[in-house]
Design a protein around this ligand. Structure first.
Ligand code: ADE
Length: 223
């Protein structure tokens, strides 16, 4: 998978994708993440990338030209089926959407700022619009980092223990079960006996029951 990220502040994203599972995915060459500073594509002599809104209104809008030129340059080299804009009014990200994008070959991500990007990009160039939740961030960078993390970790081959990604919360529209590790008894707080019984069938049954209980309690809307 190749991801190209267009942003005014790529540094915000870079730091969060250089560790742990995502770092391994990059080292194993299962994924490459490429950063493009939108300002580098501005044809304005002062490298301006934003302008006032036509019709008036507060807040600056990112201009079409630098973003368009950057996308065109990338498209000369390869095909992009997904050109995604991160925006609070996009489709709300969920596990199903992550699963779908984790199988993509080439993805472009566009991070907006200020009032957003010129509508013509959204109408004619962008293929998908994604929101990471009903709140407004100061830019699309953190949303891009969340999006990348959530799809890269389930790219085939990234997590060694394949079942680990498949048993994540939300994979079956159900939350995952509680987990425990050593010690078995921490100052009187004990691990449920069933988990140390060695009875795999019963353990599996217990886990399913706990998943269901947790989902009913915390997220009944999923059921
Ligand atoms: N940009 C600003 N807020 C956002 C959000 N909630 N999701 C995606 N992109 C954003």
């Amino acid at each position: 998978m190749r991801i190209d990220i267009l942003s005014l502040f790529p540094e915000i994203i870079k730091g969060s994708l250089e560790h742990s599972i995502i770092k391994n995915a990059i080292t194993k060459k299962l994924v490459s993440i490429n950063y493009h500073n939108i300002r580098d594509y501005s044809k304005n002599k002062h490298k301006k990338v934003d302008g006032y809104q036509y019709g008036g209104g507060s807040g600056m809008v990112l201009m079409i030209q630098p973003i368009y030129d950057c996308i065109k340059k990338l498209q000369e080299k390869r095909d992009y089926k997904n050109i995604i804009y991160l925006t609070p009014d996009g489709n709300k990200l969920n596990q199903k959407i992550c699963n779908k994008f984790s199988l993509s070959k080439n993805i472009i991500l566009i991070c907006g700022h200020y009032k957003g990007i010129d509508q013509r990009l959204r109408e004619y160039i962008i293929t998908d619009e994604i929101s990471i939740g009903d709140y407004v961030l100061s830019g699309g960078e953190l949303a891009a980092a969340v999006f990348c993390d959530s799809i890269i970790r389930i790219v085939p081959g990234v997590i060694g223990d394949e079942t680990s990604a498949l048993t994540d919360s939300f994979q079956d529209n159900i939350l995952s079960e509680p987990v425990y590790t050593r010690p078995e008894n921490f100052e009187g707080l004990k691990v449920p006996k069933i988990l140390i019984s060695g009875n795999n069938k019963e353990i599996e049954r217990w886990r399913d029951k706990k998943s269901l209980e947790r989902t009913k309690k915390k997220r009944p809307d999923l059921l």
